[in-house]
Write a protein that binds this ligand. Structure first.
Ligand code: HEM
Length: 233
């Protein structure tokens, strides 16, 4: 196994650890936000912590895909045609830009980057990002399905095709979370403005529990992906 491959594979595995570790922290802080027995200032501090921790999975998803595509090419698990190298290079470039956009979104959303140009960019990026993730997941799943059916697809290994289909599922659950987050934000704003009461707490809990179940679904998919990657079925 070439040295660069070993190093990138180690990074790939470390990113899985970063993903799960920070996702657990995100979840713990999120439960703090939902708890009506805490003071409002505590709940808002929990919310900020949850958002910061959430940058772990958000970053890891982009970097895992980028590294995964490179490992696929370099390890000859797929992308064997003349387009293999250009696809690996293009995915690295797109990954860097996407990673930048995701962090820009966090910095603008939390008031660390201010100004009308940053905000205008983020309004466009938010919509673009939702569509991009939806299309990307369909393309990944389609490429994997074509490969599994033996129709000359880009992936040579069955385990990797199955992994890509599950990964596409994770990306789609992420899109669902992005639809729920503004609903959660709106419910929190109502509580901040008018105070807590059982009805307002229930309005917060509804989208919040949908998000929690979606994240649990992501964890199940990650466990299945790790199994596929290790067992190489
Ligand atoms: C949630 C997402 C992912 C998780 C949890 C994950 C997990 C892992 C793990 C644990 C390994 C190490 C397996 C071993 O050493 O036996 C691995 C290797 C690998 N992954 Fe991923 N991965 C993910 C996404 C991806 C994606 C999207 C791709 C492809 C586009 C990919 C391609 C690969 C490749 C090619 C290897 C190297 C296999 C080897 O040389 O043993 N991974 N992955």
């Amino acid at each position: 196994m070439p040295f660069d491959y070993q190093v990138l594979k180690v990074l790939h595995i470390l990113l899985v650890m970063v993903w799960l570790g920070t996702d657990i922290a995100t979840m713990a802080a999120f439960f703090g936000l939902l708890n009506p027995r805490f003071a409002l200032t505590t709940r808002l501090a929990m919310s900020r912590l949850s958002d910061l921790m959430d940058m772990g999975p958000r970053s890891a998803l982009v970097l895992l895909l980028m590294l995964g595509i490179y490992l696929t090419y370099r390890g000859e698990w797929g992308l064997s045609g003349p387009l293999g190298a250009p696809i690996a290079a293009a995915s690295a470039l797109i990954g860097v830009l996407w990673f930048g956009g995701v962090w820009h979104q966090y910095l603008v959303g939390h008031g660390r980057l201010v100004g009308p140009r940053h905000q205008a960019f983020q309004r466009g990026f938010r919509l673009f990002d939702l569509w991009w993730r939806t299309i990307l997941s369909l393309v990944l799943a389609a490429a994997a399905a074509v490969s599994l059916l033996g129709q000359g697809g880009p992936v040579a290994a069955v385990w990797l095709s199955l992994k890509l289909i599950l990964f596409a599922g994770i990306v789609l659950l992420g899109v669902y979370l992005r639809v729920l987050i503004p609903q959660i934000g709106a419910a929190v704003s109502v509580i901040v403005k008018h105070g807590s009461d059982p009805e307002r707490e229930a309005a917060l809990r509804r989208p919040a529990w949908r998000a929690i179940v979606a994240v649990w679904g992501i964890w199940v998919l990650i466990a299945a992906i790790v199994y596929l990657a290790v067992a190489k079925l």
